[in-house]
Design a protein around this ligand. Sequence first.
Ligand code: BGC
Length: 850
Amino acid sequence: MQAKMNLIKTSLIAFIAMAIVSCSQSELPVYKNADKSITERVNDLLKRMTLEEKVDLVGGNGMKTMANRRLGIPEMVMTDGPLGPNTKKHSTNYSAMINLAATFNTDLMYSVAEQIGAETRIYGRNMLLGPNINVARAPHGGRVFEGFGEDPYLISEMAVPYIKGVQSKRVITCTKHFVANNQEWNRFDVSAEIDERALREIYFPAFKTAVQNADTWTIMAAYNRFRETYACENSYLLQDVLKDEWGFTGVTVSDWGGARSTVPMANSGLDLEMPFGKYYGEKLLKAVKEKEVSEDIIDDKARRILTVMFKAGLFDESIDTYGGHSDDAGRRRLAKKVADQSIVLLKNSNNYLPLKTDGIKTIAVIGPNGGEAIMTGGGSGKLMGNYEISPYEAISNKVGDQVEVKFARGIPARSLDMPIAGPEFYLTKEGEPGIYAEYFNNKEVEGEPVLTRIEKAIDFNWGWGTDRNDGSPGSPEPGIIRINKWSARWTGKFRSPGDGWYEIGLRSDNGVRMYLDQEKILDAWIDGKSGKFKVARYKFEKERWYDLKVDFYENIGSCRCRLGFTPYNPGTMTNDAVKLAAKSDVVILSMGLDKEMEGEGVDRKSLHLDEDQLKLIQEVLKVNKNVVMVLNGATPIIMSDWIDKVPVVIDALYPGQEGANALADIIFGDVNPSGKLPLTFPKDENKTPVAQTYPGTKELADYSEGIFVGYRWYDKENVEPLFPFGHGLSYTTFGYSDLKLSSTEIDKNDTLKVTLTVKNRGTFDGDEIVQLYVTDKEASVEREVKSLKGFERVSLKAGESKTIIFKIAKDALSFYDVKTKSWLAEPGDFEILIGASSGDIRLKQTFNLK
Ligand code: BGC
């Protein structure tokens, strides 16, 4: 009886609750009613907003958009990507995106992206600033680790699952940086001069795909200029191409501080200014009132932002809905899978790898990257993992007690945190304590200084000023020296407390150069970041006063300059490492780049390893030839100085938090390597597609190589690279056979079916990445020798064969015809090339396009 009463009571309560809900549902404003369509909700909300509120919405609020309490408009809450949610906390580091590209595994990319989306939600964010789909044009590019390499087809294929996977968790992606952000050198101002065909064939495709095949909800405009107009106010890019031609319905976002104007930017199609409404805000309101920007344009921007917010469910669910922890077993496994599939075995003479523990008693892990987990490049894309395992630890764990593993760094840690030289190091020319400072309201240290004074030491952090509302002045003397685009010169005397070699360095944002006794000893006159010291080595005499001159300039954003000084004594560390190498059976040399050497804001100056590493390699090779060279880094490394002397080279790129475990598994044969290079490695720094044009002048990035980017240039010029695009070895060998085309003649609207067989001919199970390239044999314009138009990762047990099928349609045969402004597949002969890399073509067949 009691049970029946309870049931009636519960049903009654449920009924009343439903009645309340449906009654309140009908009273809800349309925009709050989740049953209405997004268009209805946006229209309703827009009608309720004042002009001021719309203008508020189109200017950022730090890493958020502006909330509207009156109407209950939530915030887009952002975190940097693209490797994962890069909040102050840690999250799973699956690997750098360059590794995902090296897997050539789009399904794996989707799985990772889903988890990146889920983790973004766990950290209370609903927008992720990624993917970065800029093309790795210059081999020096600081942000290559964030992207998917040099080939537009590969980049596009990886971008789609990235965007879809992240957005499947209702996290807004921000595909960046549109367009031609292909170098860090002078990235805030340089104008990319690209001809229309190269633009359409190389730099646009991934963005177009992101819009049309993946429906990315937002796109970030680049810092740089494009054909002289800043990308953030470039109506050709933002309005004509992106919105009108490609039908992009989402939001265009300025890069952080990339906005330079109010009216031109507002009228060019830039929707959301980040991180603050510095040029929008009050200035935009005024421009609307003065009819320089129409209200329709503001409505359009607000409409786009609201639409994306509704699509991502921001109005209908709390940002805190997602619980859980970023670090879990499933994500750890996924990270391991990415590392397993992305590490590239570049060289393996006489099947030196895999190592067998039987014959080995001692292993030496030597080098700067051996004692720590190297997971990421630097800058906004930097991502620390949930945990770190160094190669030394992973290899020790792997071999257990059977083999003795020892580690020696071999070279001193680079002075990331040098002690700052205090006032006792300086005297003015007149012999007073301190150093004489002159400040200029231009970046060139030119003309009359606007302020001069004596300062105690070069030790400043002026902060962001109004570029980011963090309360810092952003200028040495606000009101006199401006926030952006100023410079300083310090002159005086400097002394060292001791004799011998010292490192003297400047940690600066932006450019610096330093002279001692009129000799320029340090030159970093670029828009560098302050993550590390730029260091010179100099032999000092104790207590002697040297003439010191330091120049500094600030471009935009945060600004600081500090002079550090520390003794330099590499000898002992190298000696210890060499002694260890001499008595070990095998040496794992752990070298390459890290987040201080490549990252946002700074391109690499040289493609060689740094001098310390080169010296250590030579010293170790003198005492032991059993060297497994393991490299980190996204951009190519020139290996001419040492490659012939080592049997093995592994490029681990930045393989994430499980990278070292994967490396150990590969070295000992528990994982068969299968990653392939997503970019070409040159032999010679002076023979690359951009050797004649990069970095170019301060104003101009000259893209005169046109469509011949990456392997396309090596093919055209017949220059043999060190390792071609798509190269990567396995412990087994794969046989390619039976290439068949569905027809030898096709019509424009036909699809050509390409089949072939791949066989694992060895004794190891393994994955092969089969690549399909197309050659246009008869064309009215100069075309690339070949271009990638298909790939497939295939897993084969030892002895197993599989049939691979590709489908090739008109798109894969076309070039961009500048005369007709359209894509053209010209009749004539084409060739299908099937290869294990762009330099290792195994099968070919010709067909005719009618
Ligand atoms: C970078 C962007 C990044 C933004 C926010 C900029 O400096 O270019 O890629 O998303 O900062 O951190």
